[in-house]
Write a protein that binds this ligand. Sequence first.
Ligand code: ATP
Length: 423
Amino acid sequence: MEKVVALAKRRGFIYPGSEIYGGLRGFWDYGPLGTELKNNIKREWWKGMVYERNNVVGVDAAIIMNPKVWEVSGHTEAFTDPLVECKVCHKRFRADHEGELKKHEKKHGESIEWTEPKTFNLLTEVYLGTTKPKQKAYLRGEITQGVFVNFKNILDSTNMKIPFGIAQIGKAFRNEITPGNFTYRSREFEQMELEYFIEPDEKEAEKLFNYWKKERMDWYVTYGMRKENLRFREHGEDERAHYARFAEDIEYKAPFGWSEFEGIHHRGDWDLGRHKLIYKDGETNKEYTPWVIETSGGVDRTTLFFLINAYHREKDRIILKLHPKLAPYKAAVFPLLANKPELVKKAKEIHETLIKKYPVAWDARGNIGKRYFSQDEIGTPWCMTVDFETLKDDMVTVRDRDTKKQERIAIDKLASFLENELE
Ligand code: ATP
């Protein structure tokens, strides 16, 4: 974990938030490469969840909503975490994180004593307006409600018919009591969610719950997460969120233990029922409150687990084996020698052509070995080198990150090479 955190900082994936002022617990900034990686994850998710389906549309709702939304949805009352404090050293822990409590108990031995659990609301308050009393509102604690409050708008402005889905990606904020494990538990984070509206029917709900479970698990495997590091975990009666009739998590075997990074929830008619929203079937005129199957993933946790999953060491070198579609740079272009203007000129021409289509790095520092080393560390799948042969045959050496194999490819075929590989 420390190695991944160090690499993330050193190469510009993730920095501590507002670091020059000592940071702020639970807030992180994404650097140039982290921004690319996160955007690639979001884009591939959107492609798979929205573009490749004809019954899913997207929304981008406001972060701050009328506070009534949170009262009606049950969040002001029930969006809470239980907290206990160690009476010996006054450290605080989540009362439902048994493993951490046990670990801490070992530290103090017999003298350990805990306070009674207290519950804390996770919604972050904000105050709007300039004159007092200011209007109290909340930063959204989950992006989901932005979908429900637009349910009617979407029915009125599109031709969606049940079953259909509404997808959204956006920031959420939680006043987490115990932020930690790098970006895993942050106070500001991004979610990528689908709310899938169905007829109220147990059999249909079960079928679609299982369908979305499989779709989501397969998605992570397609983008390179190793199967043995993934599992489902069903929520027990006592741990389900207030809105969920049924819930399962997708967990990753992180260095700090199996950890949830996406939840599949059967929310039933909880939300639409609370917001008093109904659906009218255009053909049968039947009116009902649809049920909702939700897939709720965290962009930051997914980014972290893709990074951990990709981190490989080979002797003294690090190779980030990211799926090419997720890699920040798709390729890098080098002149073999930086002090030969004819090589630099040719390499620059290639670079300038390729960057019109793909993010492609340029490197003319040090020797070729160092440049490979540097690109491997950030997961660039292909390095393209212009050498003296290139000046004669208009071909470059393309080296593969994972196999280290090198092949000669004609300059005018480089764009289609990348296109084929990234298809
Ligand atoms: P946890 O039990 O770890 O607090 P949760 O069950 O409350 O998580 P959900 O409400 O189901 O999480 O949120 C859906 C997803 O949003 C999570 O699977 C996770 O990827 C992401 N998420 C939730 N809380 C955080 C957080 N504090 N930091 C980063 N991502 C988060």
